[in-house]
Design a protein around this ligand. Structure first.
Ligand SMILES: NC(=O)c1ccc[n+]([C@@H]2O[C@H](COP(=O)([O-])OP(=O)(O)OC[C@H]3O[C@@H](n4cnc5c(N)ncnc54)[C@H](O)[C@@H]3O)[C@@H](O)[C@H]2O)c1
Length: 333
């Protein structure tokens, strides 16, 4: 049995702790929120983030970053991407040995537009990085905490590391992990899909139906393919768990915060008002900005990304933007 550290005791960090605890591993969660840490240690719950479900007794929590750094050789990152650099800067002060980092955060860094593996390389001294794995795919914390069947992917440039994490998380009842090797493609897909989740929520907010959503998903795949290939990823990733799998789960489910944000934007609320009204992360908004500029840089045609960007950052009306999309020049699929 392994010892595992998890940075971030929010919805996803807690759900991951549940899997590892169920698999018999010893887990230490780290979070800056004292109330959450106290609740986990005292009651084995995290009601604000996961109203249903308990954490096993082999899951403990701390607010001490030194303690979590020393606890295990495997460190799981599960904080919103926007605070990742801060977290890594804290870690650099206390790391004394190399670690296998497993990222589960989905998004690009606001301002730098870097992928998480790139942020890690920039912030941490190489001697402390034993390896890097992205654990990603269609997975809502709300379902994992209830032990509902879930399949995701452990992706790394090092196959051995990917397999190690595959076995650490897989169990025979509700969590099955595949391995993958396209780190760039997987990191990009897991970030970009949040933009399409916002777009899908907007369709819901406008009262559109299944036809519009299916059209959105299909055309989103075309855009994702263009972006991933231009930025160095592999086309096959688009058709796997980290691509179409995550895209479907996030564009069709009310569990998705990005989807919920899209519904509110379509109802006329602005971005700040929308984010303020939600207790959890909405990473697609910043990713829309990042990918919009990346698409300009690589000269890619990305009408859906552009539409979401225009609604959020140029304050264009949702219905007007949809009309413009429908009136684009007709073309081959
Ligand atoms: N919720 C899901 O179902 C799910 C599934 C897969 C991946 N993810 C990804 O996991 C990441 C986290 O999402 P979440 O839903 O758990 O968010 P969340 O808002 O529920 O939790 C984030 C946690 O990070 C903590 N935190 C913030 N700043 C911190 C810091 N500087 N140091 C330590 N802890 C800090 C917060 O206190 C909070 O407990 C996101 O990138 C998200 O895309 C989420």
């Amino acid at each position: 049995m392994e010892k595992v550290s998890i940075i971030g005791a929010g919805s996803w960090g807690s759900a991951l702790a549940r899997i590892l605890g169920d698999n018999g591993h010893q887990v230490l969660l780290y979070d800056t929120d004292e109330k959450t840490v106290e609740e986990i240690n005292q009651y084995h719950t995290n009601v604000a983030k996961l109203p249903i479900g308990m954490l096993p007794l082999n899951v403990q929590a701390t607010t001490d970053v030194k303690k979590v750094a020393e606890f295990a050789e495997i460190i799981i990152l599960s904080v919103p991407t926007k605070v990742l650099r801060t977290v890594l800067n804290e870690l650099t002060k206390v790391l004394t040995s190399p670690k296998l980092f497993v990222n589960t955060s989905k998004g690009l860094e606001p301002d730098t537009f870097l992928r998480v593996s790139e942020i890690l390389d920039e912030v941490l001294d190489k001697k402390y990085i034993k390896g890097f794995v992205a654990l990603t795919g269609p997975s809502h914390a709300e379902e994992v905490i209830r032990q509902l069947p879930t399949m995701i992917c452990s992706v790394s440039n090092c196959h051995q590391d990917a397999v190690k994490i595959q076995y650490l998380f897989s169990n025979k009842t509700y969590f099955r992990v595949y391995t993958g090797h396209d780190l760039i493609g997987s990191e990009l897909c897991s970030a970009i899909k949040n933009v399409y989740a916002i777009a899908s929520g907007m369709l819901e907010g406008l009262g559109y139906g299944d036809n519009a959503r299916a059209g959105l998903i299909s055309r989103a795949l075309v855009e994702m393919k263009r972006i991933v290939i231009a930025m160095g990823g592999k086309e096959e990733t688009i058709y796997g768990l980290t691509g179409v799998g995550d895209l479907i789960v996030t564009t069709t489910s009310h569990h998705s915060r990005n989807y919920q944000a899209g519904v509110k934007l379509a109802q006329g609320k602005d971005l700040n008002e929308t984010i303020a009204s939600m207790s959890m992360v909405v990473e697609g908004a910043r990713t829309a900005e990042a990918i919009y500029f990346a698409a300009r840089k690589y000269k890619l045609e990305t009408p859906i990304i552009d539409a979401v960007y225009q609604i959020i950052y140029e304050k264009k009306a949702v219905a007007k933007v949809v009309k413009e999309l429908m009136n684009r020049a007709l073309k081959d699929e």
